[in-house]
Design a protein around this ligand. Structure first.
Ligand SMILES: [Fe+2]
Length: 180
C-alpha cells in the first residue's frame, strides 16, 4: 500500500497550552513536536500560528493549530456534535472501562460504553476546544474482518439506492441491530 498508517490528523484548537495539558495529562500522549510560523508554509498566507503534535504508541499523531488571527470557528458548528470526531484505539474492553472511570474522576463527562455492531465498543467525550474524542476497543473475533469487508460494498450499494435503512433486513438480517 502507498499509505502505511496514520501520520497525523490536524484540527484547530482554542488554546495551545490548554491543549497540551489535556492531551498529555488527561490522555497520556507524548507532546512530540511544536512548530511556529508567521506564514503558512504551503500557501505563504500570513497566519501566525503554532502547530503542535501529540504522539501515540504506534508513532501516529493528533495535531492542532492555534491560529488567533484567522477567522472562522474551531470546528464545524452547523453539523451535529457527534459527527466529526477522532478515535483512539485502546488495548481492550477492560482498559476502556478503566479509562472511563479515570476520565470521570478527572471531571470529564463521558458518554458510553456504546457497542457498534459487535465490532467495537466506544466511549465519547470532548477536548477543551470542543472536539469530540472517542476511545474504542475491538470486540470482535478476527474471523469477522473478512465478513465485514465482503459486506461493505453491499451496505454501500443499498445506502446509495435508498438513503435510509428501511430495507436493512436484506443485509443485516434484522430491522434493528445486526444478525449475521
Ligand atoms: Fe467513531
Amino acid at each position: 500500500m502507498l499509505c502505511k498508517r496514520l501520520h497525523h490528523a490536524a484540527y484547530r484548537c482554542l488554546d495551545a497550552k490548554d491543549t497540551v495539558r489535556f492531551y498529555t495529562e488527561v490522555l497520556g500522549l507524548k507532546f512530540s513536536h511544536a512548530m511556529g510560523e508567521d506564514h503558512v508554509p504551503s500557501t505563504g498566507l500570513y497566519s501566525p500560528h503554532i502547530h503542535i503534535f501529540f504522539q501515540m504508541e504506534d508513532g501516529s499523531c493528533i495535531a492542532f493549530f492555534e491560529c488567533p488571527k484567522d477567522p472562522g470557528n474551531i470546528k464545524d458548528k452547523d453539523s451535529p456534535d457527534w459527527i466529526q470526531h477522532f478515535a483512539f484505539k485502546v488495548e481492550s474492553l477492560e482498559v476502556l472501562m478503566q479509562a472511563k472511570k479515570d476520565l470521570e474522576l478527572k471531571g470529564l463527562e463521558v458518554l458510553g460504553p456504546t457497542n457498534h455492531d459487535d465490532f467495537i465498543t466506544s466511549i465519547y467525550f470532548f477536548d477543551p476546544s470542543g472536539h469530540r474524542l472517542e476511545l474504542t476497543a475491538d470486540t470482535c473475533e478476527k474471523t469477522m474482518y473478512p465478513i465485514f469487508e465482503a459486506e461493505a460494498p453491499k451496505v454501500l450499494a443499498l445506502w446509495d439506492e435508498t438513503h435510509d435503512w428501511s430495507q436493512r433486513e436484506k443485509i443485516f438480517g434484522s430491522k434493528s441491530g445486526y444478525k449475521r
